[in-house]
Design a protein around this ligand. Structure first.
Ligand SMILES: [Zn+2]
Length: 392
């Protein structure tokens, strides 16, 4: 199989497709995999790890490496299971999933667009940690069974996988974007204020604070005089790297929320492709649609908006009556949910488009003239913000 060139330059490879979702791995992830296998192998090799009341005996180095690799694979599958849980919940909420990405600091289920409601956002966010909690419970049960069967080393492996999952679930519930807890926070703020941009910005700011705390924690581990965990430098550097990664993502999210706030409809609208109220549906389909592939059109006469015609509404219209039906017969008559002024923020316009049933908006100036048109689908494609991702 030839590796796709585009994938190569993005430094990630597609390793599988699960439920049709591409699963990709960042190259740097392999370094982390090797490091994790090595760390676990050395620990098991030396023995002495406590699992409950039992102290693990040392194992020979080949066994240690095999166990290290198996445990790391188990942890890898756990992160993947966490992301898959987000992805499947996203799909259940009607969102297309672009990919699941495993990167050095965990995983990411990339959604093609934003959840349509705070409730959907909440369910997608908690699906990941819920899966991790479940995996932790399974692993601990397996650990107990292994102990009862007197396989202490197997119990040790299940203990590590269970603890990894527990850590993944708890860490991800920290209330700062881009962590899952930050998405929960965003859903709550979004429900309260009705404004997704404001909610994103606040959750992002909490994310920056949490990232800062993780970085400070990493520094503290390395210099603390009277508290030395095993491998303090390794853990410290790791914390700092994770913190920097979160800081970078959270900062980008806050920035993009800020700019979305300032962009107005006037900045992004297109000139309207209007159709006359008297236009026959057959003419629209035969002559207008081939030139302008859009899912809805403003219906106007002398720059006065009369309504919006959504192609979706034509589906139920029998072909025989296309010639005798006019735009005004099938359009949705003008109403406040179908138009905005050029000064309206893009953020507000997006909210309106999501809920008005046609996915587009007419733009009307202060003299009541139709001056522009916004198509939701087009906007989404143009700016896919980092806000539409679910990091682990
Ligand atoms: Zn997650």
């Amino acid at each position: 199989m030839v590796m796709p060139i585009a994938d190569f330059y993005r430094r990630r490879i597609t390793v599988a497709r699960v439920y049709g979702i591409p699963v990709r791995i960042d190259y740097r992830w392999f370094v982390v995999f090797a490091m994790s296998a090595w760390l676990i192998a050395t620990n098991l090799g030396h023995g002495g790890m406590w699992v409950g009341q039992v102290q693990l005996p040392p194992v020979d180095s080949a066994t240690a490496w095999i166990l290290g690799t198996i445990t790391t694979l188990g942890l890898f599958m756990s992160v993947f299971g966490h992301e898959l849980s987000h992805a499947l919940m996203g799909r259940a909420e009607g969102i297309e999933i672009e990919e699941i990405l495993l990167h050095p600091f965990g995983g990411l289920a990339r959604l093609r667009n934003e959840p349509h409601s705070p409730g959907a956002e909440f369910r997608i966010a908690v699906a990941g940690p819920a899966a991790s909690f479940l995996f932790a419970v399974f692993s601990y049960v397996a650990m107990l069974l292994a102990m009862m069967g007197r396989y202490p080393v197997a119990a040790g492996v299940f203990f590590l996988i269970g603890s990894g999952n527990l850590l993944l679930a708890i860490f991800n519930l920290f209330p700062g974007y881009p962590l899952d807890g930050g998405r929960v926070l965003r859903a709550i703020l979004w429900r309260k204020s009705g404004n997704i941009t404001h909610a994103t910005r606040m959750a992002g700011i909490c994310g920056i604070l949490i990232a800062g705390m993780i970085i400070l924690f990493g520094v503290y581990i390395m210099i603390a005089p009277n508290w030395r965990p095993s491998r303090p430098y390794f853990m410290g550097v790791w914390s700092i790297l994770v913190g920097l990664f979160l800081l970078d993502t959270a900062t980008k999210v806050v920035r993009s929320a800020q700019s979305a706030k300032l962009v107005t409809v006037g900045d992004v609208m297109s000139p309207p492709v209007t159709i006359a109220p008297e236009l026959a549906v057959s003419t629209l389909i035969d002559e207008v649609l081939p030139l302008h592939r859009q899912t809805s059109f403003p219906v106007a006469l002398n720059q006065q908006l009369q309504g919006i015609l959504a192609l979706e509404d034509l589906k139920s219209l029998p072909r025989e009556v296309w010639r005798t039906t006019h735009a005004r017969d099938v359009m949705r008559p003008i109403g406040p949910r179908f138009f905005v002024e050029p000064s309206t923020t893009l953020d507000r316009a997006r909210e309106l488009m999501k809920r008005n049933g046609v996915g587009s908006l007419a733009v009307i100036n202060s003299n009541g003239e139709l001056v522009g048109f916004l198509l939701g689908g087009k906007l989404r494609r143009r700016e896919r913000s980092p806000a539409s991702t679910v990091p682990s």
